[in-house]
Design a protein around this ligand. Structure first.
Ligand code: HEC
Length: 163
């Protein structure tokens, strides 16, 4: 998919058109969509905080077991597999843990893993980190994604305070 700028551009234009049509206020929709076009955008919002508080922890753990654990070890004594181990991911700089060969794309994000940055990454991994090597597209369901982020929170010596 990478290097295929044409179809990517077309998809972006299509998305902007849909957003404009849906909102009826083209200018605003365009401005909002632009924030996704360039680089890593993630902020804590009251909406996200509420979703995290309401998260179904069992669903998050279950999804992690079924999908993420194919590539990630989530144990305290974790070791790297296809993906890096995720214990203590919160507060860590993306692409920084020793002993795992990250993509340049991941190393260059400059992101520290927080509720907001993890949530944004897991929404659409290629949008967040174009060129990443994690072969998993994302979790489109908002509630499930929040549940998985809350499960990641539990994989910590000191789980961070809730937002
Ligand atoms: C097919 C294998 C695979 C699957 C499935 C997968 N990952 Fe990954 N993951 C990776 C790889 C490989 C990387 C390193 C990406 C890079 O360097 O670009 C990674 C990186 C990450 C990182 C960044 C870690 C760091 O230290 O910077 C997080 C967080 C993460 N994955 C979470 C998840 C979660 C949560 C799931 C399940 C929803 C998941 N991954 C599913 C392979 C996978």
């Amino acid at each position: 998919m990478r290097g295929n700028g044409g179809s990517k551009g077309m998809r972006l234009i299509a998305r902007i058109c849909v957003a404009m049509a849906a909102s009826g206020a083209g200018g605003v929709a365009f401005a909002q969509d632009q924030s996704f076009a360039g680089g890593y955008q993630a902020t804590m919002t009251p909406e996200l905080a509420a979703r995290l508080k309401a998260a179904d922890l069992a669903a998050g753990a279950n999804f992690f077991e079924r999908k993420c654990s194919q590539c990630h070890d989530g144990e305290r004594t974790g070791s790297h597999a296809k993906g890096p181990f995720l214990w203590n991911a919160f507060g860590r700089k993306a692409g920084s843990v020793a002993g795992f060969e990250f993509s340049d794309a991941m190393k260059k994000t400059g992101v520290t893993w927080t509720y907001a940055t993890l949530e944004y990454y897991l929404a659409n991994t290629e949008r967040a980190v174009p060129g990443k090597t994690m072969n998993f597209p994302g979790i489109p369901d908002d509630a499930l994604r929040a549940a998985v982020v809350m499960h990641l929170r539990s994989m910590n010596d000191k789980p961070p305070a809730l937002p």
